[in-house]
Design a protein around this ligand. Structure first.
Ligand SMILES: [Fe+2]
Length: 276
């Protein structure tokens, strides 16, 4: 992998940009295209993948202060058989293509994930980090998102939050993604074509004892996405041997003040986690 930015800057900025090999880029485009086709299907068909154990489809049409209006689909390798069987049962070519192209994507992005993990382990001295990431592959989540149109440019269509997992790969170059830098200023977080931007998430902050901090981010509607909606794709890499963010006890991460974790002492931060 050709690094565009150094792993050293992860501590200062919370993200690095990495070039994707051409086959991975092509796989990302194929899966994204079929996701858009899936979203164009009747609601009844989309709802044939009820969300279970971290996989499947969810539709959020009811507004709330920190509830985003969107539909999303989670894919994990551990549920690949169920997703493939369900796709066949629908009899819809677009559904089968969407699932097949998503199954095919995982091996293409695996090298990017493991290379990032190797560099983080080496530079930040996180012993066993690569093994932990690799052994959790069945739980890596490829998440497809569709924020609906009919909004106003400047609307926060994805509420500011940090991600729960270890780290997140962002694959979508459509503008609107923003980061809250550690100096407290919101700035655009562009993802160049043919690249992925990897950002730190909650478990990595915990695993590194606060040396790395989960990057707060949001999505703001642009003039184009306000009208047409926004399709995107990310991959969450959970750390399966590390304590998890305690959503039940501590609440949804969208309900915290943006950047709450940047200055929080590690002792206090650690209380947000539970061993599973
Ligand atoms: Fe996120």
């Amino acid at each position: 992998m050709k690094k565009q930015t150094s792993i050293k800057q992860l501590r200062a900025t919370g993200s690095v940009a990495i070039s994707c090999p051409p086959e991975a880029s092509a796989g990302i485009v194929r899966a994204s295209t079929w996701w858009e086709a899936f979203c164009a299907l009747p609601k009844q068909t989309r709802l044939e993948f009820p969300y279970q154990e971290g996989s499947g489809y969810e539709l959020q049409e009811t507004p709330g202060a920190t509830r985003d209006l969107k539909e999303h689909f989670h894919f994990t390798e551990g549920k690949a058989d169920w997703l493939a069987d369900t796709a066949i049962q629908t009899g819809e070519v677009a559904v089968m293509q969407f699932v097949q192209n998503t199954v095919a994507l995982l091996p293409l992005i695996r090298p990017l994930v493991l290379e990032f993990a190797r560099e983080v382990e080496k530079f930040y001295g996180l012993e066993g980090f690569v093994d932990e990431v690799a052994s959790g592959e069945g739980k890596w989540i490829i998440r497809f998102l569709h924020y609906f149109g009919g909004r106003i440019a400047g609307d926060e269509i994805a509420t500011a939050h940090t991600d729960k997992s270890g780290f997140t790969l962002n694959f979508t170059s459509t503008s609107g993604l923003e980061r809250l830098d550690y100096d407290g200023v919101w700035r655009p977080m562009p993802v160049a074509e043919g690249q992925t931007t990897i950002n730190t998430s909650m478990q990595l902050q915990y695993r590194s004892k606060g040396e790395l901090k989960a990057l707060c981010h949001r999505v703001v509607a642009t003039p184009a996405t306000a009208v047409n909606g926004r399709f995107s794709m990310v991959c969450f890499i959970p750390l399966t041997k590390t304590a998890s963010y305690n959503k039940k006890g501590a609440g949804r991460l969208q309900e915290f003040a943006p950047g709450f974790n940047y200055t929080m002492p590690f002792e206090e931060f650690g209380k947000l986690f539970v061993k599973e």
